[in-house]
Design a protein around this ligand. Sequence first.
Ligand SMILES: [Zn+2]
Length: 403
Amino acid sequence: MNKIIVTGNTKIREDHKRIILNFIRKHKTVSRTDIYKMTHISKPTVTRIIEDLLASKVIRESGLGDAGIGRRPVNLELNASAYYAIGVNISKRALNIHMVDLSMNVVGRKTVSLNFICNNEQFIETLIKAIKELINESRIDFNRILGIGVGARGMVNYQKGIIVDFSPSRTLHNITIKEHLENEFKLKVFLDNNAHTRVLGEYWYGYGIGYKDVVYIICNEGIGCGVITEGRIVRGKNNATQGLGHMKVDINGRQCSCGSFGCIESQCSTEAIEEIAKEGLRRGRKSILTERVDRDYESLNYKIICQCAEEGDLFSLQLLEEAARYLSTGISNLVGVFNPEIIILSGTLFDASDFFYQTVVKMTEQKIVSPLARDVLFKKRRISDNLYEAGAATMVFRDFFKD
Ligand SMILES: [Zn+2]
């Protein structure tokens, strides 16, 4: 057992402990003097709490700092392996589960297919089994695991911890994730939409560090976004903001799965680009795509289109440019509303084609109207990066550090 020892057991003392721990987390390496000067907690209290934290190995000493004049102070830093959290990302076809330490280093991972899941019971059973296996395989002392953070696609009730609507095409509705996982593991469980968990992960551990206004965009079969302004996740009354996917970018555009026309998702998701390509080829557009799929247009996919674009195929290049035109319109509208400092772009759309990423960035920059918003920074988050799937664990650490 290495849980924090709370002597005195008062709420104030516990609050002070969290403030000090969070200060060390944020500043990476600090001295005792830095802590009591910056947190305004009295010197004796800081000293006592630091001794507790050192004894329970939550922090450690890390050499000597600069003193200017006099004795050099001993630096303190967080001991990343003091605690762990489990981050679960639920996408359309798979569960990706990671065990991470306080610095978001991955110490275990597991991927389980969701293709054969037909009902809520099977879903929960599969999730619990996979988490149990991960805990066993990663050989972490269970007492060091602070909780489970779950990011899920679809509509999510984050207060109650329920996935309201996972996939309209499957009978998976009202999945009570939080209740089931808390009962099973007796750990704190947090659930949110995975656009929110990803932007939170970036804000704490990724490209968003040091910024207050961050936009995160995911482009796969669906298109979504998570927004942090002034350090807080932007969400509506029911956490049901449609984000970017159903923003209208062409009133005469293609019909969307939502029933409306010209949504970003119906113009430039991977599925939409594939459909537009197939329609063009069937109408007789000349392209090396035809021989690449041996005239079997159903086998055409976004990655093949990207490869052909790279080889200079005019039709493939036009498909990507057209999609980039719609997407950049949507992103520049977001910039107009939220005025972010940084925009992180992720998902298959960008992973499969650097040309597409560069084109979207260039077109977005050209469309930003306000000169004040033009210095926005763009970054690409790759699907293979740990943070793409593991970021949901950040919810657990946010609760632990009371940030
Ligand atoms: Zn739509």
